[in-house]
Design a protein around this ligand. Structure first.
Ligand SMILES: Cc1ncc(COP(=O)(O)O)c(C=O)c1O
Length: 470
């Protein structure tokens, strides 16, 4: 890591731990140069970043001070309390509206959760695409039948060894993105009309997939930091005939919550006892802010009832549309469904990604990406705190790059998103994350882009719109 980033991280931690308090002076630039054996430019760069995060402030001719609000993080959103009845799913046209704006990049991108392209290793990847094309020759035009490119399957299995048990290549299948993996998982274990328990809030495309398949959603209260409330799930299991459970224990989108390992183990055990399959979405698992890659629930699965789904869309190459599903005992059905659904996934991206992973560059890239995303999330939290109305609650994501904001009840985010759209800012309003249309005063902010004055200005505008009646 660059020295200025190390100094920034060290002092952000000192402030968070209360070792220096609001109003107290920071060490002078000269003192820091001496302590760190660094140039004034390095120290000033670190201080500028701390200032950008709202942790310190410069006072003319006096030096830097810890700002009054530093260390006072806003309250977290409340644990959700959705309706306890299953709902048929209907997600409005907001999702398409938001995606269109973000994909065409004609609005400030706070809506769709895409990583900024400059954070992705486009140059090495394009070399691997070119090389894979040359190596494959005419074969690049041929189908690769399920389960998919064997080299890629091997690399995916190797990558999963870091969380212990790992995925079995013989139970894993390449899909067209994580969304196809999730949809195949749903179709393998449930039918139209069946009840599927999901987190509340949950990623809107999961709701759309369920709408498409005619399944009913049972939203389970979800804690903003620890994930699905397992006592609430146990109660729901007694009351309803739940056919499957679909959740993201590692960094739910939009909350960024991380289910503790003890809860994952209890979840797998509880569902296993009742014979209920768990479809696990681990697309954000590699984007942890803590030291260690969290285990997925799949690591606790002894009965083959966990269907593990992920992709490279958030970390490497969203356009490749390459994901995977490790289906446990449902693998044969999932293979059949893949053939019926899209037959195969694209040949060239599979070969190019396999070759890229083979070089070992992915782990290095992930380390850099995680640092960048954590930084972007911190900037967004501080800016939201600066600009959003009193009483706004903000999540504390432990990974991924989405932030969940709970405004005071009077602020209706569908109207807010419309108003922001007119100002050239794309937002994801709360109700698209719920089958029952909850979260009318909530908002998801995407932190996929490096922090700039432009984003700060966009948050200031959203804050102002919160105060505008209607
Ligand atoms: C939680 C979650 N699951 C699945 C997906 C879909 O992934 P993919 O683009 O690989 O289909 C996304 C994409 O935004 C997501 O946020």
């Amino acid at each position: 890591m660059y020295l200025y980033r190390e100094i920034e991280a060290e002092w952000a931690a000192n402030i968070a731990k209360g070792l220096v308090r609001p109003g107290e002076a920071m060490p002078s630039v000269r003192e820091m140069c001496r302590r760190k054996q660094a140039s004034p430019a390095t120290i000033l760069a670190a201080y500028a970043r701390l200032e950008g995060k709202g942790l310190i402030q410069a006072k003319p001719r006096s030096g830097y001070y810890v700002s009054a609000k530093a260390g006072h993080l806003p309250e977290e959103p409340r644990i959700s309390s959705p309706s306890s009845a299953p709902t048929s799913v209907q997600v409005g046209d907001w999702v398409m509206r938001m995606l269109r704006r973000d994909i065409h990049r004609d609005q400030t991108p706070l809506g769709a959760a895409f990583p900024a392209l400059e954070l992705l290793p486009s140059l090495p990847l394009s070399r691997h695409y070119a090389k894979a094309g040359r190596v494959l020759g005419r074969e690049a035009l041929a189908y690769v039948l399920p389960p998919g490119n064997p080299d890629l399957l091997r690399q995916i299995a190797r990558h999963s060894w870091q969380w212990g048990a790992g995925l079995l290549p013989e139970e894993t299948l390449i899909t067209s993105g994580c969304l196809e993996a999730l949809t195949l998982g749903l179709r393998a274990v449930a039918r139209a009309g069946d009840i599927v328990a999901i987190e509340s809030p949950t990623y809107f495309a999961i709701l759309q997939a369920m709408e498409n398949l005619g399944m009913r959603a049972l939203e389970i209260p979800t804690h903003p930091r620890k994930g699905m409330d397992l006592d609430a799930l146990a109660t729901a299991m007694k009351k309803h005939s739940i056919r499957a459970c679909l959740l993201a224990p590692n960094f739910n989108n939009p909350l960024g919550s991380l289910m503790p390992d003890s809860h994952k183990s209890r979840l797998v055990h509880m569902l296993g006892k009742a014979g209920i399959p768990l479809i696990e979405d681990d697309i954000y698992g590699d984007l942890h802010f803590g030291e260690k890659r969290p285990k997925p629930a799949k690591a606790f699965d002894r009965k083959g009832l966990v269907i593990y789904c992920a992709s490279f869309s958030k970390t490497l190459d969203p356009g490749a549309r390459i994901g995977w599903v490790s289906g446990g005992k449902f693998h044969p059905q999932i293979m059949r469904l893949k053939v019926m659904n899209t037959l195969v996934s694209a040949t060239l991206p599979q070969a190019a990604l396999a070759a890229y992973l083979e070089t070992g560059a992915y782990e290095k890239h992930l380390r850099r990406l995680r640092v960048a995303l954590k930084d972007q999330v911190q900037h967004m939290v501080m800016a939201a705190q600066r600009h959003f109305p009193e009483g706004t609650r903000i999540s504390r994501p432990q990974g991924g790059f989405t932030l969940w904001v709970e405004f005071p009840q009077r602020i209706q985010t569908l109207a807010l998103a419309e108003a922001a759209e007119r100002e050239g800012i794309s937002l994801a309003p709360g109700p698209i994350f719920s089958a029952g249309g909850h979260f009318r005063h909530c908002l998801r902010l995407s932190c996929g882009h490096p922090w700039t004055a432009y984003l700060e200005e966009a948050l200031r505008t959203v804050g102002k719109l919160c105060h505008t009646p209607g």
